[in-house]
Design a protein around this ligand. Structure first.
Ligand code: NCD
Length: 306
């Protein structure tokens, strides 16, 4: 199984073996980083970073990963400064950018845009989030974080909390967990449940799965994966006003719980800062893991053996 030249568009394109290989390579990358060895694995390679939606962690961690591997980065971080704003098609942008680079990382508000970019491009394309659809590299770092903290993924009970309708990170994570023998508890405000299409797909796997609305249902889980309500994806702002602030996880609520708390970040008000200095909070470690996993993934698609 080779990742050389492969697109990373949806977590659904990856088998359990694919996922495990990426997690193994990430563990190896973490050791290499710790040992301070020469990291010039991507020397003379160029990453094109195309972000047509806001991002802090995903963009900067991909860019930092490439720099740390000795490669270079070119990029667009605002739609307004790119020729898309003059009416250029995404296809023409991709056909241009691929001539400047060896790998493309793209975030775009439209679902399916990363797949479309991959069909046009001759070089590997990595989806850094396409609308409310998928965010596969976030899922890889989420799984890496779970395995690092809990020593395994199989057999765990994992609560996905928050906006399960519009949150792409939870869609990707749910599909990945379907490969594991996990017990998934979906906790969302009414109206923001997992889309029916995702639920139908999940039901075809042998996965224990329930949908609830009460945050308390999550406190006995091994992992509580919290997400923000995705304000920018609501067609009607008054609908957002009705659900904002529904959940706020705090140190007090988790007093008797052993759960670790993960969050893809950014957080708004769903994680009380009282949690930050507790043993539950692993969301900033998760950020660090993101850098490692993306370094490993870049090596894989660029054909560098680590
Ligand atoms: C997430 C995203 O962009 O989907 N952020 C991230 O990549 N770390 C989550 C979010 O925006 O809520």
């Amino acid at each position: 199984m080779s990742f050389y030249g492969r697109d990373i568009i949806s977590i659904r394109d990856l088998s359990r073996e694919d996922i495990e290989l990426i997690l193994d390579k990430s563990r190896r990358m973490e050791k290499i980083v710790e040992s301070d060895k020469n990291l010039d694995f991507a020397f003379r390679k160029v990453l094109a970073s195309l972000f047509f939606e806001p991002s802090t962690r995903t963009r900067l961690s991909f860019e930092s990963a490439m720099h740390r591997l000795g490669g270079k980065v070119v990029g667009i971080s605002e739609r307004e400064t790119a020729s898309l704003a003059k009416g250029e098609t995404l296809a023409d942008t991709i056909k241009t950018v691929e001539r400047y680079s060896d790998v493309i990382v793209i975030r775009h508000p439209k679902e399916g845009s990363a797949r479309w970019a991959a069909e046009v491009a001759q070089i590997p394309v990595i989806n850094a989030g396409d609308g409310a659809n998928q965010h596969p590299t976030q899922t890889l770092l989420d799984l890496y974080s779970i395995k690092k903290e809990k020593g395994k993924i199989d057999g765990l009970s994992i609560a996905l909390v928050g906006d399960l309708k519009y949150g792409r990170t939870v869609h990707s994570l749910a599909y990945a967990l379907a490969h594991y023998d996990s017990n998934m508890i979906c906790v969302s405000p009414k109206g923001l449940e997992m889309p029916e299409s995702v639920v139908n797909d999940l039901e075809s796997y042998d996965l224990s799965f329930k949908q609830v609305h009460d945050l308390k249902e999550s406190i006995n889980a091994d992992v509580i994966y919290v997400t923000r309500i995705q304000r920018e994806r609501f067609a009607d702002p008054s609908e957002y006003e009705k659900v904002k602030g529904t959940y706020r996880l705090s140190a007090e609520i988790l007093e008797k719980s052993d759960a670790i708390v993960l969050h893809p970040l950014p957080r708004v008000d769903e994680l009380d800062p009282s949690l930050d200095c507790t043993n539950h909070a692993k969301y900033f470690e998760q950020v660090q893991n993101g850098l490692i996993v993306r370094m490993a993934l870049l090596c894989l698609v660029l054909g560098v053996d680590i």
